[in-house]
Design a binder for this molecule. Structure first.
Ligand code: NFE
Ligand code: MG
Length: 582
């Protein structure tokens, strides 16, 4: 008999996400639903505010992709006012955002996702001498994986286990047969997990150098940046570069090798396309590389849309084609097929769950079942995120992305003994989604070294400009604009309508909204839901494979659900449990 399981809350993510899945007799997921039980908000409180303040409020949408909403909001207002920012401001914004990618992706791989691939308890059985040799298979210069270092880490973790103090490692699905790394490989990954805790602290400092603080940097303003002293101080720029260089070494000698190792061991799940899902990908493009202006600059990540996994055709991105549908979301007023964000509305309408005979409350799949809206591009469901950026980059024949992706596929082909590069189609999978995140981190860490030098050279040449002056009263009478670019988790857009110096409407359509969305008005699945279909679950009591695929998207539900009921009505009652899976 098929089994209907609830995984709620999904842990090791930001926010509150529930997955319900129907698993057939053959252990394969036949149906899946993604539901957010969290309701919060920002969009509504922005109405009536001064648009110059929007960024400071909008950034409170999330402290994980910290600073991204801030920047996007400020760009939306700059776009509405048709403002160009100085070169120093563009580079500094790129450096803050680039540092976020490096930090966020490393934290995601090790601290949120690794335990879906790595069995900590197995690492205790490893032979550290053998593990040190194993590390040399995946990197010529492995990070922190010498025999002595590995032995020390094994002893440290062993002591915790012996005392029954597993702490952050408690309650996982240890021993599940879908863990495939050897004890030695597990030990390498555990070592890097712990080392990454230190590394990420330094990576966060990069954002603070130009952002003033972290999380929630505060050095951006409409028209430019305020970190004038930091830009003019060569010691600050040098400090940034030194941390970046250290981070880059970690990415190249720990993160990339570990992803290659996991990709090789779990290659069957990449080759058979487990977790592929929609196979429609969208990137807004990001990281302006010149100062020609809004949506005309050359970009590090190209923009566009790829449909049905067909890398031979890149469709142009047209922002008018974006809508948000609420047919299966706890809102009213979305129109028949959804609304463009300039016209978007946010009217909460909670219709509840259904209590069944087993005592559990289930979502009502044919009705509304999530606080997340369903964004559509040209009436199509799409996936956003690192994988979408790599796919769009490949379809655009972008030289950087093609090189970094091809290098990875070549190495994977070698480690799999294929005698040639692994086929590009392996990226259409859960493993591929995880690899794409590492591939772009590697690229980002390299290009940022050049951006730091560009900033230093520009300042040294005497350009100290950081802000473009503008006449607020003149430009803010009747304006609208959008900030559309990429956050670590995918395409992020803020749309603002301004009348007589005040915000009249504000809508954010966020990466995790695209990916974690429920079904739409045509009953088509969202990206998480589609990615789960066809996944083989070894043990429904331990739905490790469901976590693996969902985590490969790096969910952030605070971002995805960012609206508020301004009247303070009670919208739903929640009972919070402590178990990891129900
Ligand atoms: Ni809260 Fe975010 C990112 C944005 S959302 S993490 O990256 O924007 O998915
Ligand atoms: Mg929104």
């Amino acid at each position: 008999m098929s089994k209907h399981i609830i995984v709620d809350p999904i842990t090791r993510i930001e926010g509150h996400l529930r997955i319900e899945a129907v698993i057939g007799d053959d252990g394969v997921v036949k149906d899946a639903y993604s539901s957010s039980g969290m309701f919060r908000g920002i969009e509504a409180i922005l109405k009536g505010r001064d648009p110059r303040d929007a960024g400071l409020l909008a950034m409170r949408i999330c402290g994980v992709c910290t600073g991204t909403h801030y920047q996007r909001s400020i760009e939306a207002v700059e776009h509405a006012f048709n403002l160009k920012i100085p070169k120093n401001a563009r580079i500094v914004r790129n450096l803050i955002q680039g540092a976020l990618y490096v930090h966020d992706h490393v934290v995601h791989f090790y601290h949120l996702h690794a335990l879906d691939w790595v069995d900590i308890t197995s690492a205790l059985k490893a032979d550290p001498a053998k593990a040190a040799k194993e590390a040399l298979k995946w990197s010529n210069t492995p990070h922190g994986a010498g025999e002595g270092e590995l032995r020390a880490i094994q002893e440290r973790v062993g002591k915790f286990v012996a005392q029954g103090r597993l702490g952050i490692f408690a309650n996982a699905y240890w021993g599940n047969k879908h863990y495939k790394l050897s004890p030695e490989q597990n030990l390498i990954a555990v070592a890097h997990y712990l080392q990454a805790l230190d590394m990420q602290r330094d990576m966060a400092k990069m954002m603070a150098i130009f952002g003033g603080k972290m999380p929630h940097p505060q050095s951006l303003v409409v028209g430019g940046v305020t970190c004038v002293q930091d830009i003019q101080n060569p010691a600050r720029i040098a400090e940034f570069k030194s941390i970046l260089n250290k981070s880059r070494n970690f990415v190249k000698n720990a993160y990339m090798p570990d992803v290659l190792m996991a990709g090789t061991v779990y290659a069957d799940e990449a080759l058979d396309g487990t977790g592929a899902g929609l196979k429609n990908y969208m990137s807004y493009g990001d990281f302006r590389l010149d100062d020609t202006g809004f949506y005309t600059s050359a970009l590090l990540f190209p923009k566009g849309v790829v449909l049905n996994g067909d890398l031979s055709t890149l469709y142009p991105l047209e922002q008018e084609k974006i809508t948000e549908d609420v047919s299966h979301s706890w809102y009213t007023g979305g129109g028949d097929k959804g609304l463009h964000p300039f016209d978007g509305v946010t009217n909460p309408h909670y219709t509840g769950m259904e209590k069944k005979a087993d005592g559990n409350a289930y979502i009502k799949p044919n009705e509304k079942y999530s606080w997340i809206k369903s964004p559509l591009y040209d009436d199509t469901r799409v996936e956003v995120g690192p994988l979408a950026r790599v796919v769009v980059g490949l379809a655009a024949k972008d030289p950087n992305i093609t090189k970094y992706a091809t290098d990875f596929l070549t190495e994977l082909g070698n480690t799999l003994g294929l005698g040639k590069a692994a086929p590009a189609s392996v990226i259409f999978s859960t493993v591929g989604r995880t690899a794409a995140r590492a591939i772009e981190t590697n690229l980002m860490a390299d290009v940022m070294m050049g951006w730091v030098d560009e900033l230093a050279a520009n300042v040294a040449a005497g350009d100290h400009s950081t802000w473009t002056e503008f006449d607020f009263d003149a430009v803010s009478k009747d304006a609208k604009g959008f900030g559309m670019a990429e956050a670590p988790r995918g395409g992020l857009g803020h749309w603002v309508v301004i009348k007589d110096g005040k915000i009249e409407n504000y809508q954010a359509v966020v990466p995790s909204t695209w990916n974690a969305a429920p079904r739409d008005y045509k009953n088509r699945m969202g990206a998480y839901e589609a990615a789960l279909i066809g996944t083989k679950v070894a043990d429904p009591e331990q739905p490790l494979e469901i976590l693996r695929t969902i985590h490969s998207f790096d969910p952030c539900i605070a971002c995805a659900v960012h609206i508020v009921d301004t009247k303070g009505k009670e919208l739903a009652q929640f009972k919070v449990g402590t178990s990891c899976a129900v």
